[in-house]
Design a binder for this molecule. Structure first.
Ligand SMILES: Cc1cc2nc3c(=O)[nH]c(=O)nc-3n(C[C@H](O)[C@H](O)[C@H](O)COP(=O)(O)OP(=O)(O)OC[C@H]3O[C@@H](n4cnc5c(N)ncnc54)[C@H](O)[C@@H]3O)c2cc1C
Length: 386
């Protein structure tokens, strides 16, 4: 049996970051991913300022982007109607996960993580601290980091299910090509395209990513919402071409692991419940999980990895909790029209929202201003209905 200090399952943004940080500190690391890279991952691929800061902090250089991928114009709509075009928004960068994740995985392997990509996990045995691969190889670990996405096998092993179906989000996307490719077009956000969620158009150099997403339980007809959205945008797309994936839209785990087994990224539910941003949280949680593993292994007590990790995650959990608190102000059907009107009229609200969306502000910075505005949203919502 081959023994490692840390085994990371999943080599997306969370797993690649965890493996990179752990390998760089001199730990013996195995990086397992079911598929080989490059591989697709359903995602809008927008990289926020938060994600770019975490990337630079982890990998020691700025994330590379083509100048055309920097987006600073955002077209906001409510039920298809314009509520504001903002031309000097904080930059959001458009990526294709096919390329970005392959780069992240390369960084982790170059730092010394041993390559187990293209290998599926057959069995995890926490008593013996081993992972058996489908090919038959047996690997031992001190700390196991489950960064295997929203359908996490590691979370299922720990908690019986990867997520709570009543709270999970879901997104549908298509890549529109041909006449719909216009890298100079603004990012478009459509409130009301889905319940407790939104629609999006992210123009890229090779295609335009179009999607709708929201809380699954509030959107039993998500495919219909996506069809209506495509029709509104003048895109001729058959339902069969929609690709869908669960998204832990505000459903994070308060205790993301057990003993020497930690969950990071989507496996821990770390996605913003308003914007759906997950890449930055995945990278940061991967980094924190690796640091927790190092602290626990250095003390000769791998099973103390979880308390180290929980402490490090507190600020992120606090921010996501706050976002969950604010979410009804934006998505509650009774308040939604009021929010849209206020957004149209108030440059402060527009600036706050864009800074949040671009990962340039934290929720606690805007909570007080939003709470003060609540009665006005209610009033505007009432007026909008009359
Ligand atoms: C429709 C949609 C749009 C989104 N748009 C955005 C956006 O624009 N910006 C943003 O920031 N976030 C977005 N997100 C969220 C973002 O995609 C995720 O939060 C992010 O990918 C989480 O990274 P991760 O590393 O935790 O998981 P993943 O990126 O899912 O990576 C998990 C990895 O684990 C591997 N794996 C899975 N199971 C196993 C197994 N059993 N054994 C071995 N390997 C395994 C997978 O192959 C994969 O490589 C979107 C999500 C959806 C669904």
């Amino acid at each position: 049996m081959d023994r490692f200090d840390v085994i990371v399952i999943g080599a997306g943004p969370a797993g690649a970051s965890a493996a990179f940080v752990a390998a760089q500190t001199g730990l013996r690391v195995a990086l397992i991913n079911r598929r080989t890279f490059p591989r697709d991952k359903l995602c809008g691929g927008l990289v926020t300022g938060r994600a770019r800061r975490h990337y630079a902090d982890i990998f020691g250089h700025e994330m590379p982007f083509h100048p055309e991928d920097r987006k600073t114009t955002v077209d906001f709509r409510y039920r298809g109607q314009p509520v504001g075009i903002i031309e000097d928004a904080p930059a959001l960068c458009a990526t294709m996960r096919w390329d970005m994740d392959a780069m992240l995985c390369r960084h982790a392997l170059a730092a010394g993580a041993q390559d187990f990509t293209g290998q599926a996990v057959a069995e995890i045995d926490r008593d013996s601290g081993t992972v058996k691969l489908k090919g038959g190889a047996m690997l031992g670990y001190g700390v196991l980091i489950g960064a295997d996405g929203v359908n996490s096998q590691v979370a299922r092993e720990l908690f019986g299910q990867p997520f709570d179906r009543a709270r999970i989000g879901f997104g549908l996307e298509i890549e529109a090509d041909g006449a719909h490719v216009d890298p100079a077009a603004p990012i478009r956000i459509d409130l009301g395209a889905a319940q407790w969620g939104y629609g999006w158009v992210f123009p890229k150099r090779c295609s335009t990513t179009v999607g709708v997403g929201g809380v699954l339980a509030r959107n039993p007809e998500m495919k219909r919402a996506m069809s209506a959205y495509c029709e509104m945008l003048g895109i001729d797309a058959a339902e069969a071409s929609f690709k869908g994936q669960f998204l832990p839209f505000g459903d994070f785990r308060n205790v993301p692991g057990q003993g020497a087994v930690l969950l990071a990224g989507d496996a821990a539910g770390l996605v913003d419940p308003i914007t759906g941003e997950g890449i930055g949280y995945a990278m940061q949680s991967g980094q924190l999980a690796a640091k927790a593993a190092l602290a626990a292994l250095s003390a000769g007590q791998p099973e103390t990895a979880l308390p180290h990790y929980c402490r490090a995650l507190r600020p992120m959990h606090r921010a996501l909790r706050m976002a969950r608190l604010i979410r009804p102000v934006i998505f509650l059907p009774a308040l939604e029209p009021g929010f849209a009107r206020a957004f149209q009229r108030s440059s402060t609200l527009r600036r706050d929202y864009l800074r949040l969306m671009a990962g340039e502000a934290e929720y606690e910075q805007i909570l007080a201003r939003l709470v003060l505005r609540l009665p006005r949203f209610g009033l505007m919502a009432l007026r909008a209905r009359l």
